[in-house]
Write a protein of this length. Structure first.
Length: 348
């Protein structure tokens, strides 16, 4: 049974840990001497961590690959205010030795409740064509099953099982609220865009062991996949207006908002512009929330660098808490904690 999770890092800083992880990425890099070292990203259901193996690399170089499960023994410490593991020993685990639920993060929210919330919004549509379109997607058992389980992204936001549904429900709530402030907005069209804008992620992303891209996802991207899925459903709706179809297609291909973010087109009508900004807002707010959660055990109100937002973040709640007026100094490892114990000689 896996006892140490990455959420426990703050309690084990500068200590030797032994635990199992899934290999998210594996790279072999040269030291200054030319000898190889391993640079890994390891994951469990609580997040991901960088790990390096400097010694005896040749012995394990071919022993495992990305998406394999490993038992790791090494020193847990911080580098540039981020936890990392210096690996001393590593062993590949068989599938019979692990519980898959330990390695992929999952939403704590009730999936059935989220799905019913989304269905409630669709039931409130006034436009019969858009209502029939979205209901056709929700009634497809294969799509519905994947929609309820897929992550919304590989790493940037809502990167957990159920993340796509969680993101879309949150986005739909925001779009519904904001649309009330702008009478020119076609609410049904906007919410249709919210439902469809990331539906291609169910085919773009793989999430059996770790979050990665499928070959189809790598080659086409979720927006192209979404257009294919849309055409398939519209084939069974011959009365769907051609003009409305074009608007739905534009919602899909413009929701990234800017060319440099992979958007084939810029948003060119009000619902498309609003969808882009609400989607961007929801993803950024989730990125912040997840960062605060990952570093919740740290006393400092400032987080480490957030790569998706390009900055460090201030946890305003922690900053305003009087208990954190004086930050404690980082603890230092004792020699006994940092040095390998006699247990290292036992069978790993």
């Amino acid at each position: 049974m896996k006892e140490f999770f990455l959420s426990d890092c703050a309690q084990h800083e500068n200590k030797i840990i032994t635990s199992s992880f899934v290999v998210v990425t594996k790279q072999v890099k040269p030291k200054k001497t030319g000898d190889p070292y391993l640079a890994l990203t390891l994951g469990d259901r609580c997040g991901q961590i960088e790990a390096k193996m400097w010694d005896n690399v040749e012995e394990v170089l071919e022993a495992f690959e990305q998406d394999d499960f490993l038992k790791i023994k090494g020193l847990l410490n911080k580098y540039k205010n981020r936890f990392q593991i210096t690996i001393h020993k590593v062993r590949k685990l068989g599938d019979s030795e692990i519980d898959f639920s330990d390695y992929l993060p999952k939403t704590a929210k009730d999936i059935d409740e989220l799905w019913q919330t989304l269905a409630g919004y669709v039931a409130s549509f006034h436009n019969p064509h858009l209502k029939a379109l979205v209901e056709a997607f929700m009634a497809d058992p294969e799509i519905a099953q994947a929609y309820r389980n897929a992550p919304a992204a590989k790493t940037l936001h809502h990167a957990y099982i159920g993340g796509l549904l969680d993101h879309v429900v949150s986005l739909t709530r925001s779009c519904d609220l904001v649309s009330r402030n702008y009478p020119q907005i076609n609410r049904d069209l906007l919410l249709t865009g919210a439902f469809l804008h990331d539906i291609g992620k169910i085919h773009e992303l793989a999430y059996n062991r770790s979050f990665s891209y499928t070959t189809r996802g790598q080659l086409l991207g979720h927006m192209v996949i979404e257009l294919e899925m849309l055409q398939s459903k519209l084939a069974a709706l011959p009365d769907f207006p051609g003009e409305l179809k074009v608007l739905v297609e534009h919602l899909i291909i413009s929701h990234h908002g800017q060319y440099e973010f992979g958007s084939p087109k810029l948003p060119m009508f009000p619902e498309a512009l609003l969808l882009h900004y609400m989607d961007d807002l929801d993803s950024k707010m989730e990125s912040m929330r997840a960062q605060f959660e990952r570093e919740g055990g740290m006393e400092n109100a400032w987080t480490g660098y957030n790569p998706s937002l390009g900055r460090s973040l201030l946890n305003s709640s922690k900053f305003l808490d009087p208990k954190n007026a004086e930050q404690k100094k980082p603890s230092s490892a004792s020699a006994s904690e940092a040095m390998p114990s006699s247990d290292d000689k036992a069978k790993f």
